[in-house]
Design a binder for this molecule. Sequence first.
Ligand SMILES: Nc1ncnc2c1ncn2[C@@H]1O[C@H](COP(=O)(O)OP(=O)(O)OP(=O)(O)O)[C@@H](O)[C@H]1O
Length: 264
Amino acid sequence: MSCLEVAGLSVRTRDGDTLVSDLSFTVDAGERVGLIGESGSGKSVTSLAVTGLLDAGLTAHGSVLLDGQQVIGASDRMLRPLRGPAASIVFQEPLTALDPLMRVGRQIAEPIARHRGLRGRELSAAVRDALVDVALPEERLARAYPHELSGGQRQRAAIAIALAAHPRLLIADEPTTALDVTVQNEVLDLLDRCVAERDMALLFISHDLAVVSRMAQRVTVLRRGVAVESGPVRDVIDTPRHEYTQRLVESARALDRTLDGGDA
Ligand SMILES: Nc1ncnc2c1ncn2[C@@H]1O[C@H](COP(=O)(O)OP(=O)(O)OP(=O)(O)O)[C@@H](O)[C@H]1O
C-alpha cells in the first residue's frame, strides 16, 4: 500500500480560483518523492491539502489516500489520529511548529507521550534521545524557549517534534529555505539520515532543483498548480521535456556556474 496516493486533486478558493488542478502522484513506503515549482506554484497548498490542513476558505476535490484513508471530506476527528503516525510535516518556518511559550523539551515530550504512551523517566529518556537524534545533545536546549535557539536549532527541534510519532511519511515543505547555506546543508544531512535510519517515506517540497535532486528519487514539477512533468529525478534533470522544467534546470545550472566562479 502507498503511504500517500493523490489522484485528481484540485484546490479551489471561495471565489472559484483554482490553485491546484488535477494533480496526481504517489509516495510508496520508504520512497523519496520531490515536488518542485517556483514560488506560488501550489506546493504548500498541496502539502496542506494532503494532510487535511487547508485554510477554511479553500476546498479540495479529488482523492487523497493517506495510509489508505480518504482525507478529502474527512472530519478533523477522523484525521487527527493520522497526523503523526501516518504523516508529519516540517514547515519552512520552524516557529510555525513551535509554541513560543513552552520549553522545547516539553514540546517534544507532548507528541511522544500522546503517540507512544511514554511517561515519567521513560518519557524524559525518549526526549533526550529525540534531541540527540537531531544533533541537539546539550541538556540546556531542552529547557530553552524557542526564541533562545538559533534558526537551525529551531528547525532541528521542529524536526524532532515531527519525528516524535514515528511517522511513516515525512512531508518537508521547504524545510531549509529560511536558513543560511551552511546550516541548510546540515539540516539536509540530518533529514537524509533520519529518513534513511527510520526507513520513512519522504515528500520533499522545494523551489530548488539542486536540493530536490539530492533528497528525492522521483520528482513532480508543478507550474501554476498543474503537474507539467514527473519522473526519476535524474531523467528530469538530464532530459527535461517541458519548457518550464528546461528553464528550472537551466537556471539551476547557471547558479551553479556562478557559485563556481565561472560564466553565468
Ligand atoms: N488561503 C488561501 N486563499 C487564497 N489563495 C491562497 C491561499 N493560500 C495560498 N493561496 C494562493 O495559492 C497559490 C499557491 O500558493 P502556495 O503557497 O501553495 O505556493 P508555493 O508553491 O508553496 O510557493 P512558495 O514557494 O512561495 O511557498 C498562490 O497564488 C497563493 O497566493
